[in-house]
Design a protein around this ligand. Structure first.
Ligand code: ATP
Length: 208
């Protein structure tokens, strides 16, 4: 089973890396692909230029041997729809089960994703806990019906299950990091040291 972690990574931080690592360990994933988006469909556009988001991600992934950078959304150009990404991943990994890792905030917006129901033809979804977000009582019936009670359900099915995973909670977001950096506050402990140094360099160059 392969993990997929998509995001804007503006910039990458431990709120991405640590939950992905927890899921990889607990589900025995062979590797996790980190896929930076080109044009994110559901949010404002990134502040860092794409090359810099990628450079920071490359630095971060150096510390995690089973995390891999995958540039297919950048190379594809245009809107970065997860459905297109999954279709192309399935072509590259026809014999492997795909496991999309998203935070709880992303699950709450899933029904607004492009052709969201079709995602379940290609992957399982593992949802990681995120401070400030919890499963609502009025969860969409289809999402509810796909909830798995254990990780075994993911092994027994090729795709289509949703597993909620409690991971180490990290109250970190890239928006918070951007705001703190703009105010000159430290964010050193929220990302690997190599990423922090490069990111500080980029921000100070932009400020000049
Ligand atoms: P921004 O604050 O700019 O919206 P972000 O920190 O939420 O960014 P994204 O790149 O938008 O990061 O998120 C990519 C994925 O990472 C999403 O699935 C999101 O739910 C997840 N994620 C981000 N931060 C955390 C966190 N602290 N804990 C768990 N999941 C997270």
């Amino acid at each position: 089973m392969i993990g997929i972690f998509g995001g804007t990574f503006d910039p990458v931080h431990y709120g991405h890396l640590k939950p992905a690592q927890d899921v990889m360990r607990e589900l025995g994933l062979r590797k996790v692909l980190f896929i930076p988006n080109n044009v994110p469909p559901h949010r404002e556009q990134p502040q860092l230029p794409t090359v810099m988001r990628i450079e920071l991600l490359q630095l971060a992934l150096q510390e995690y041997p089973r995390f891999e950078l995958d540039l297919r959304e950048i190379e594809r150009d245009g809107m970065s729809y997860m459905l297109d990404t999954l279709i192309s991943l399935k072509q590259d990994y026809p014999d492997e089960s795909l496991c999309l890792i998203i935070g709880m905030d992303a699950l709450l917006g899933l029904t607004r994703w492009y052709c969201w129901r079709r995602l379940f033809d290609y992957c399982h979804i593992v949802v990681t806990a995120r401070p400030g977000y919890s499963l609502p009582d009025d969860l969409h019936p289809e999402i509810k019906s796909r909830l798995a009670t254990s990780a075994q359900a993911l092994q027994h099915n090729e795709a289509g299950k949703i597993l909620i995973k409690s991971v180490s909670l990290l109250d970190i977001s890239a928006s918070d990091i951007r705001q703190r950096m703009a105010r000159g506050e430290g964010v050193r402990e929220w990302m690997p040291a190599s990423v922090y140094h490069k990111y500080s360099e980029i921000i100070s160059l932009n400020a000049d």
